[in-house]
Design a protein around this ligand. Structure first.
Ligand SMILES: [Zn+2]
Length: 464
């Protein structure tokens, strides 16, 4: 998300060489002469690769040290034992410019390497394994108790060059074989744990398409696929001209939403400028939960929705047998910055209008590097501390980030900025900034034109 920045607390010098010293040395390295046909350049590439691996190993050690330091500090300030370590993964994520989910995985990887898998860590330090290969070994042994994991680590002895030239599949196969042999029961337990991680997610695909993916236990996944296949075969044999794939996709949408064509009493919101909506402007629109869509596509969807006709450009629209309701809500933006104009409310709970406003403004979770969908509207300054329910003090957060923000030592404050800006402060005193994404039509155009008044619309589509 644009405008998010790194920590503005200066890094403390360590004893011995500092990271800044290493960075200075590295900046002085230049590509060597290529007189020898490039052999020296290949050596440089390999050397730098080894350096990245050594850095990854050092980051793992630093991560574990930070985890311990935070736990000690939390224990001293009276945090219950069961809650020790809260927010550590999120701080690692911010420092490494990763999503909070990935921060948690990096913390788990570091703990496993440092405390249970010394041979794998040593192989990472010397470049015999890279960070991804080490991740595979940690992942494939995650089901084992610590003692068995140590034993597998020793058996595989990655630091003795046993994985020289091995690809991902070979590494996974070796780790699984050793793990299954050592503890066959854990395989079953792992399967039941995996089932608890079932979920459905949505990812953008090119050309205004998307992937709706479900991670399911294998029997259920196969059953869903078989049901869709059987239905498609039956409909096709009755003369339907659609392909098998199209029929399966259409049936999936129809069965889940309960209506042919797919959108049933569910509101979807398109955010676009008034020029895009009424004047044929090419400025793209934004579909929350998906991302940027072309202007023409958005107009066609609305036209088709409004009249039930002229929707041939929108895939699936020709099959929609009921017109959708279109409601237009105006969003007002400041002409120079694109900041959405404020609303206010006395209620503690965000009222529907303000809620929609914040969802339109923030689009995804406002934590830096986190792209997760918004699940909660958060009072940045909590209600109990005098925070008000208005757009300046409201922010969209995903579930995990909302939970993290409640941990001791975390705070968020609205700050002046070109658009809505938040400063997130972590328990170590590092600060990170998050600026709301620019609404459609405010980045390219604000340089060439100044406007006042309504500068955008949110179009809600809902079937009759
Ligand atoms: Zn988040």
């Amino acid at each position: 998300m644009d405008g998010k920045q790194g920590p503005d607390v200066a890094q403390k010098a360590e004893s011995g060489a500092t990271v800044a010293d290493v960075a200075r040395l590295l900046a002085a390295v230049r590509p060597c002469d290529d007189d020898d046909g490039g052999a020296g350049l290949i050596d440089q590439l390999r050397g730098l690769e080894d350096l990245k691996c050594a850095e990854a190993a050092l980051q793992a050690r630093i991560t574990v040290a930070f985890d311990l330091a935070q736990r000690r500090a939390q224990a001293r300030s009276g945090v219950p034992a069961a809650e020790l370590g809260a927010g550590v993964g999120a701080q690692i994520a911010l420092a490494r410019r990763e999503s909070p989910a990935r921060g948690g995985r990096l913390l788990g990887l570091a703990r496993a390497l440092v405390t249970e898998m010394p041979h794998t860590l040593a192989a990472l330090e010397t470049g015999e394994l890279n960070e991804w290969s080490a991740t595979l070994l940690v992942r494939e042994t995650a089901c084992l108790p610590a003692a068995d994991r140590c034993a597998v680590d020793e058996e595989l002895a990655a630091d003795a060059g046993t994985f020289d030239g091995a690809g991902d599949r070979a590494i996974i196969a070796a780790a699984r074989t050793a793990a299954y042999r050592r503890d066959p029961r854990s395989v079953t337990q792992r399967a039941s744990h995996a089932a608890s991680e079932r979920h459905v997610c949505l990812r953008p695909a090119p050309d205004t398409m998307c992937y709706l993916t479900a991670l399911l236990p294998v029997a259920e996944g196969v059953a869903v696929h078989a049901a869709l296949t059987r239905n498609a075969d039956a409909v096709r044999s009755a003369g339907d001209p659609r392909s098998r794939g199209q029929l399966m996709a259409d049936a999936l949408v129809e069965r889940i939403t309960g209506t042919a064509g797919g959108i049933s009493g569910i509101e979807i919101q398109l955010v676009m400028t008034d020029r895009t909506l009424f004047q044929g402007n090419a400025e793209p629109a934004r579909l929350p939960g998906y991302g940027i869509v072309p202007a023409g596509w958005a107009r066609t969807l609305i036209r088709g929705a409004d009249t039930g006709t002229d929707s041939s450009d929108v895939p699936g629209a020709e099959d929609r047998d009921q017109p959708m309701n279109v409601m237009l809500r105006r969003l007002y933006t400041a002409p120079s910055t694109g900041e959405l104009v404020a609303m206010d409310s006395k209620a503690r709970l965000f009222p529907p209008g303000l809620r929609r406003f914040l969802l339109s403004r923030d689009d995804t979770c406002r934590t830096p590097y986190c792209d997760a969908p918004i699940r909660h509207l958060d009072h940045s300054i909590p209600w109990r501390s005098g925070g008000t329910t208005n757009q300046a003090n409201g922010a969209g957060l995903c579930e995990a980030c909302n939970h993290t923000k409640e941990a001791p030592g975390w705070s968020a404050h609205p700050r002046p900025g070109p658009r809505h800006t938040l400063q997130l402060t972590t328990p170590t005193g590092h600060s990170y900034h998050s600026t709301a994404p620019p609404p459609p039509g405010t980045e390219g155009e604000r340089r060439s034109r100044q406007r006042t008044g309504p500068d955008g619309g949110s179009v809600a589509l809902r079937p009759n």
